[in-house]
Design a protein around this ligand. Sequence first.
Ligand code: DOR
Ligand code: ZN
Length: 346
Amino acid sequence: MRIPALIDPHVHMREPGATHKEDWASGTAAALVGGFTQVLAMPNTDPPVVDRVSLEKAEQLAVMNARCDFSLYLGAGPNNLARTAELAGKTAGLKLYLDQTYGPLRLDAMSLWQAHFRTWPKDRPLVAHAEGRTLAAAILMAALVDRPLHLAHVATREEILLVRAAKQRGFKVTCEVTPHHLFLTSEDLTGGWGEVRPRLGTQADVDALWAHLAVIDCFATDHAPHTAAEKASAESPPGFPGLETALPLFLTAVHEGRLTLDDVLTRMGDNVRRIFNIPAQPESWVKVDLDKKHTLSAQGMHTKAGWTPFEGWDVHGAVREVMLRGKTVFRDGQVLAQPGYGQRIR
Ligand code: DOR
Ligand code: ZN
């Protein structure tokens, strides 16, 4: 059957700076294979995207190499406060790293977050990486300055309950949850392979996320590729690849009756479009085979990561064909879009 083309509001493409992990050509090939025709890319590249020069450089690389449509986030830094608003219209949104993760972008001083929350235009997406108590603080700060806030990768019971309470109060918060936080617990992967931020939760966390599906606005992969050699090393970097496994995992949940297809499509399409103000793409769709049984494996995947946390998982549901702006960009295992076919969303 045909479904609307999907949008991933949270991916890491690694170009510039770490193209051995991923580049625009490989990462957007993975996106198309996964049924995504629009991706919003995070700014923790090397150099990070924090000003006009770094944004234009990263954008140029994306324009040359992306196979699907894209937009880039600007990172909130200690020194770019005065210049973010003027770039807002060209970006996916402003990303604030309020807790430790991969890369140098982290804001510790609450006064600085507050200044960014105030300065960034209210009608442009503001996304925070905020865990636990930081999440509570970020919600409060958004309420104090009366602006919308999107919470990246909500992962625990206490977090989803907080988001629910904030929504019940009428606060303008929205949130996303990743497939890995819905399908894995901290018991599932050993050592460095399980490193990811936020960390994988307990079974009680996972159960709470599923129980509060109504609170979850979007599913986002947080596709964060690191190579198998890096993951196996003593300083395993946090992050999982996710673009090629997300839809099969969610279609399997549909097959098992844990979700409806509509639950999936609203969270990987309509809601993302609304929250991030993403225009519809004409003549774009995905043909899926809902009954196709197969086993997930990194072999044959298009990401450069070379591994998946879902290796060996039996799933129901596969992407057959992807149409993007009137052109067949993926069919029967072959990525047909060339680097450069992807267009800027704004
Ligand atoms: O696990 C993670 N990896 N979490 C993040 O927030 C960043 C990401 C990365 O860039 O590798
Ligand atoms: Zn991320």
